[in-house]
Write a protein that binds this ligand. Structure first.
Ligand code: SF4
Length: 714
């Protein structure tokens, strides 16, 4: 008999339940105890600690660390998620990481360079010596060149809000710059901000199982998302089709219904051809496009900009009132009554002198006239049939006439060129296969597109993302369980409001693109993000193999030449450590406390130290406490005299996604963030007509909303 995974787990759960009940009743208790005794004899341990595996892999898997004589001797999945679908989760990398913790490359004492930089010659030093040196050098460099000349870099903070957050807090306290891992890694989907106004948004992995059709673009979850890959198979078991578009025959491609071998970097051509075909097959969801996207908003022919109400001569456009209570096609069922603007979570109260929100214009084909479209609520006013094609004329405030077209007419014109035959020339995928893929994708709802992070490393990766976001919108798959356009690119995502810990009140770290440090000053830098006046004179690098992974290692070494102090904090002797003046031994995640979350599942978890620090290793928080104390005792007392638990509790108290979550709950196991189940991107926009974007932490809503002034999918 063939068992599905679900049937197997169900059966296993039933067997386990029987054993427990049997034990409680005294039935077969000897067998249960016998198993326990054998297990204990084979692997006696002092204690078992529930903690979280926290590399930048996005798994964030709960683990049990088995400790004997101060060493971790075994790790296994905790399998304690309240949502059984996530049990167990883990992979071989995670359960074998403790071999590195106790491995030969572990750094156990502070080291001070003796030879030339890069030579790898160090002598052991005391913490007292290196902390005194770092503090005095930072003070000298800060006073001489400016504190912004001291650069701090640590890898993505989502894998440890407290320890990596200590870097941000130190920058806020001392005025140092902090480089972002967004541009350092270069894998974030830049199509997302300019389409949806968020850094990224995705469905929790469990929701893959709700899909009827899965299209994976350069994504290989069977090898890169091991704990969650089974959700794809769950969907397949339920009858979903899975198509993998990938230049290589990946592990996931081997399990798919179809593998389409695409020429690298040509995904956007495929996406545009699919969009064109969906329209030609009359499968587009025009209600969705009118309700949630900028498709109906008029664009001026003279300057290519969207027409705004203030552009028009008085009385030129009718004001039909607010958007309808229920969106077209039944969308927006949970929206507040007509005339009520939905509350926007995370939005700041506008300043009294703030300009009014923009009002755009659509063309109503019922009355053949322009109508105003507000931005405080999605949808279009009742009785309005907004044009998506055609060309019209309006009178501007200066009395001149200008031609206007719906935004979608421009998109449609662009898509015309992307016939399946043209796309075949670019992608290498046969035209008839592209046509078939479009028909199969648009025939099923919900249908999900999952794009791998690799696409974002290519030139114009933003356009690839936008092409497939358009496909998902055209078919009404945004904000729908089992659908969506998701990109899972590492533990980039900050899921809770970390401001009570990362910031000092209103004072935040000076965050600059890492390219500033790696490549130096350029003509095209954003003047709103100042480059340090005197350049970079010092580096403090934590848990990042910067001199191997940077986008331009050769140029980075020029920056390094100008640095008067280079400090690298890591638990392993990496190549980057070899270029340091001072190397600090860092604790691994089995040796320190932290708070962590992931975009793949909706559970907040803590790291709990399972073993004492190996050698003289210390946490990031401890190091910054000691450095700040030496620089400014009062600053330490005011802002750094705090424990990890205190920092976690400050974040929890902020509420929102952590509303009601306590330290005690986290110590007992993972706790679901206050998000819908399943956690589906943009569901509030689609169901409640709340304008885009949702808050994309840690940025302020107003900052990311600036990407999409229409507050719609653009
Ligand atoms: S998937 Fe990632 S977080 Fe999970 S066990 Fe493996 S390495 Fe650790």
């Amino acid at each position: 008999m063939k068992l599905t995974r679900r049937q197997f787990l169900k059966g296993a759960g039933a067997v386990a339940g029987t054993a427990v009940v049997g034990s409680a009743l005294g039935v077969a208790a000897d067998k249960v105890l016998a198993v326990k005794t054998d297990s204990t004899r084979s692997l006696p341990v002092d204690r078992v600690v529930r903690t979280t595996c926290s590399p930048n892999c996005t798994g964030s898997c709960g683990q049990l660390a088995f400790v004997r004589d101060g060493n971790i001797v075994k790790v296994q999945q905790a399998a304690d998620y309240p949502d059984r679908e996530y049990n167990p989760r883990g992979c071989m990398k995670g359960v074998s990481y403790h071999l590195l913790v106790h491995g030969p490359d572990r750094i156990k004492t502070p080291l001070v360079r003796e030879g030339e930089r890069g030579e790898g010659k160090f002598r052991e030093a005391t913490w007292e010596e290196v902390l005194d040196r770092i503090a005095s050098e930072f003070k000298r460099i800060g006073d001489t060149w400016g504190w912004d000349s001291i650069h701090v870099f640590g890898q993505v903070p989502g894998s440890g809000y407290i320890q990596k957050g200590a870097n941000y807090r130190a920058c806020a306290a001392l005025g140092m710059t902090h480089g972002t891992s967004f541009d350092f890694n270069g894998d974030l989907p830049m199509g997302m901000p300019i389409t949806f106004g968020v850094q990224n948004a995705e469905h929790e992995a469990k929701d893959w199982a709700n899909s009827r059709f899965l299209m994976l673009l350069g994504a290989n979850p069977l090898e890169t998302r091991i704990p969650d890959a089974h959700f794809l198979m769950d969907a397949v078991e339920r009858g979903a089709r899975m198509v993998v578009v990938d230049p290589t025959y990946s592990g996931t491609a081997a399990k798919a219904d179809a593998w389409l071998q695409i020429k690298p970097g040509t995904d956007a051509a495929l996406g545009l051809a699919l969009c064109r075909q969906v329209i030609e097959d009359q499968k587009a969801d025009w209600d969705f496009m009118r309700t949630y996207t900028d498709a109906p908003l008029l664009v001026r022919a003279d300057n290519g900009k969207r027409l705004r109400a203030e552009d028009l001569a008085p009385g030129q456009a009718r004001d039909p009132g607010p958007a309808a209570g229920v969106g077209l096609g039944g969308y927006g069922r949970k929206a507040p009554p007509v005339g009520t603007a939905p509350e926007i979570p995370g939005a700041a109260k506008p300043a009294s002198d703030a300009p009014p929100p923009p009002v755009f214009v659509a063309w109503d084909t019922v009355r053949n006239e322009p109508v105003l479209i507000r931005t405080d609520r999605l949808g279009v006013p009742e009785g309005v049939e907004a044009a998506l094609e055609g060309a019209f004329e309006v009178t501007l405030v200066d009395g001149s006439l200008v031609g206007v077209v719906p935004g979608f007419a421009l998109v449609r014109g662009g898509l015309d060129a992307w016939t399946p035959d043209v796309a075949e020339q670019f992608t290498g995928i046969p035209a008839n296969t592209i046509v078939r893929l479009a028909k199969e994708y648009s025939a099923e709802r919900p249908a999900a597109v999952i794009m791998g992070g690799g696409a974002n490393h290519w030139y114009h990766g933003d356009l690839t993302g936008r092409a497939f976001a358009l496909l998902a919108a055209l078919t009404g798959n945004i904000g729908r369980s089992g659908g969506g356009f998701s990109v899972y690119v590492g533990q980039y995502k900050v899921r809770v409001d970390t401001s009570p810990w990362w910031n000092l009140g209103d004072t935040k770290a000076r965050v600059v693109p890492s390219v500033y440090f790696v490549r130096g000053r350029t003509e095209t830098m954003n003047e709103k993000v100042p480059y340090p006046e005197n350049g970079f004179k010092a580096l403090f690098c934590t848990f990042a193999n910067m001199f191997v992974q940077a986008m331009d290692v050769n140029r980075l070494h020029q920056t390094l030449d100008g640095c008067e102090l280079v400090v690298v904090m890591d638990h392993q002797m990496t190549d980057t450590c070899r270029w340091a003046d001072v190397v600090l031994p860092a604790t691994s995640w089995y040796e320190k406390s932290d708070l962590t979350a992931t975009p793949l599942h909706p559970f907040l978890q803590i790291q709990q130290p399972a073993i004492p620090p190996v050698g003289e290793a210390k946490s990031e928080l401890w190091v910054w406490q000691e450095v700040v104390k030496r620089i400014d005792q009062a600053l330490f007392e005011e802002h750094f005299n705090v424990t990890e638990q205190g920092a976690i509790e400050a974040i929890l108290a902020k509420g929102g996604f952590t509303e009601g979550i306590t330290m005690e709950q986290l110590q007992a196991g993972p706790v679901r963030l206050r998000v819908p189940d399943p956690d589906v991107a943009f569901v509030s926009q689609v169901e409640e007509l709340i304008p885009f974007p949702p808050r994309s932490l840690p940025a302020a809503l107003e900052a990311t909303a600036a990407f999409i002034p229409t507050r719609r999918i653009e």
